[in-house]
Design a protein around this ligand. Structure first.
Ligand SMILES: CC(C)(COP(=O)(O)OP(=O)(O)OC[C@H]1O[C@@H](n2cnc3c(N)ncnc32)[C@H](O)[C@@H]1OP(=O)(O)O)[C@@H](O)C(=O)NCCC(=O)NCCS
Length: 228
């Protein structure tokens, strides 16, 4: 059993209109409200394509709803595919790259991070446990930023799989050292801990990005990466 993760560069204006055609009216409205719609459109078109390929559905007729694990609203939160309770999805995007994940194994979270997003004073204090700070000892320059970005992507993938997002303090979600296989080492947050959680790194093929995926399952995780 596997999780499929698609990764693709954010499209330019030429491709934008083709991809808009895949989205539903609500997604197109959201895209129109974005200062830069390209990342959003790329990510949601990728998600639709992946789900369609995995399920045989028409990407244009898929419907998604959101559910917030914290307040219960359907106005924000984790996405779900209407009518496909056994299909779990997640999406993440930045200025240059979008990723999406689909699996039947269990709740899933995926996250992609630009190395630049980890380049600020105070990163360690805001996001890391002391044991994770120690893992970064001796790293400098891009190697440090890559290690930070990977650690951050693993944490955010886990928090998207649980549906908490950053309502949970990420420094309370301890993950393995960047050079070791991805894993949730300890859940110290006050919120109810997830059951078995599998984490995998995702090679998106871009030196300036790091990505990870997490699935709430006891079964071993095989990550199938599709770069598009
Ligand atoms: C989830 C979260 C960490 C993602 O942040 P980000 O790095 O800016 O964005 P990413 O590109 O990685 O992911 C965006 C996608 O995450 C998904 N997402 C949003 N909230 C989510 C949640 N609680 N759990 C899982 N996925 C979530 C959405 O699909 C979103 O895409 P969309 O808005 O285009 O539909 C952040 O939005 C967050 O913490 N949200 C929760 C906030 C919250 O619940 N507050 C309490 C309200 S009562």
């Amino acid at each position: 059993m596997s999780v499929v993760v698609g990764a693709t560069p954010v499209v330019d204006d030429l491709r934008l209109h083709d991809l808009l055609d895949l989205l539903d009216a609500g997604e197109r409205e959201r895209a129109a409200r974005k200062a830069d719609p390209h990342p959003f459109v790329t990510a949601h078109a990728l998600l639709r394509s992946l789900v369609a390929e995995e399920t045989g559905a028409d990407p244009r007729t898929l419907a998604f709803v959101k559910r917030c694990a914290t307040c219960g609203t359907d106005r924000h939160g984790k996405p779900h595919v209407v009518g496909m309770r056994d299909v779990h999805v997640s999406v993440s995007y930045g200025e240059h790259l979008a990723v999406a994940a689909v699996t039947r194994l269990g709740e899933v979270g995926v996250d992609v991070e630009d190395l630049e997003s980890a380049d600020f004073d105070g990163f360690n204090a805001v996001t890391l446990d002391a044991s994770e700070v120690a893992h970064l000892d001796g790293l400098h320059g891009d190697a440090l930023l890559a290690a930070r970005a990977l650690t951050w992507a693993r944490k955010e993938a886990i928090l998207k799989a649980t549906g908490h997002g950053l309502v949970v303090d990420p420094s309370q979600v301890v993950v393995s050292a960047p050079g070791e296989p991805a894993a949730l080492v300890e859940w110290r947050a006050a919120q109810h801990p997830p059951g078995a959680t599998q984490v995998g790194d995702v090679d998106v093929g871009a030196a300036d990005h790091r990505a990870a995926v997490a699935v709430l399952t006891t079964r071993p995780l095989t990550v199938r990466v599709q770069r598009r």
